[in-house]
Design a protein around this ligand. Structure first.
Ligand SMILES: [Fe+2]
Length: 255
């Protein structure tokens, strides 16, 4: 399988990191997802865009809980060999992100001036796989990553409104390839789209044995999903998975 980009977390942020699922930074590789299935997802996403997508913060228009309104996405989430491949690329066993509102999303960038492109931010989810569904005559819209500490990057943005170009890595998206990235506590954005448009499917993941390694506090999820309908699912996950795994990790360290 062809690899187009491969960078470790250390390559991205130029320092060791404790809050990480593994040393994964970004891996962009060829994928074998069924083109007809991807096309179905795209067609459905376009049909429901006006009704189902919203832009709440970060200047990003997307469909939440995309796998609920487009069930074919579940076939991709559970695509034969997918989790094994992603886990191998990440260097740790991954599982689909469980909080439904953010486990799979569809983002729209560039077709409409109101679509936006994601402003500088760090992800709430630990790991994401981005699969472009269509890239029509796109200029811009690449993944851009600040090569440094995300707090320091935010300070620069606060003080100067911009980041030094020499400290920004640009990763273009490619049709037929997916980008697996650990962008939790990594400052990144989508470069402004100058021409054309892109629609992407984002399938989020986390570490199976350390589900508490996550950066999605309630306010961050609620900024995108203010109805709080997801709260019981979130709390139940904290209770049944995150706390037991966290406590087990603490006991292990004491032993
Ligand atoms: Fe992001």
């Amino acid at each position: 399988m062809r690899i187009f980009e491969e960078m470790s977390r250390f390559d991205l942020i130029r320092k060791k990191s404790h809050w990480q699922v593994s040393g994964l930074g970004v891996v962009q590789s060829e994928v074998d997802y069924d083109p007809a299935l991807l096309r179905t997802v795209l067609d459905k996403a376009r049909r429901i865009k006006d009704e189902m997508s919203r832009k709440e913060h970060l200047n990003l228009r997307f469909i939440r809980e995309a796998h609920v309104v487009i069930p074919e996405i579940l076939e991709l989430v559970h695509y034969p060999g997918r989790l094994d491949r992603l886990s191998r690329q990440a260097g740790t066993e991954l599982e689909p992100y469980p909080v439904s509102v953010i486990s799979a999303t569809i983002t729209f960038m560039g077709a409409d001036p109101d679509d936006g492109t994601a402003a500088w931010h760090a992800d709430g989810v630990p790991v994401t796989e981005i699969v472009p569904l269509i890239m029509d005559d796109v200029v811009g819209g690449e993944l851009q990553i600040y090569r440094g500490d995300y707090e320091a990057g935010f300070v620069l943005l606060d003080e100067q409104g911009t980041l030094p170009e020499r400290d920004v890595i640009t990763v273009p998206h490619r049709m037929g390839a997916s980008t697996l990235a650990q962008l939790m506590r990594v400052l990144h954005r989508t470069a402004p789209i100058e021409r054309g448009y892109r629609v992407s499917l984002n399938m989020n993941l986390r570490a199976r044995d350390r589900p508490y390694i996550d950066d999605n506090p309630l306010y961050y999820l609620a900024a995108d999903n203010p109805d709080f309908k997801w709260i019981d699912q979130y709390v139940s996950d904290v209770r049944s998975r995150q706390v037991p795994a966290y406590l087990a990790s603490q006991r292990y360290e004491k032993a």
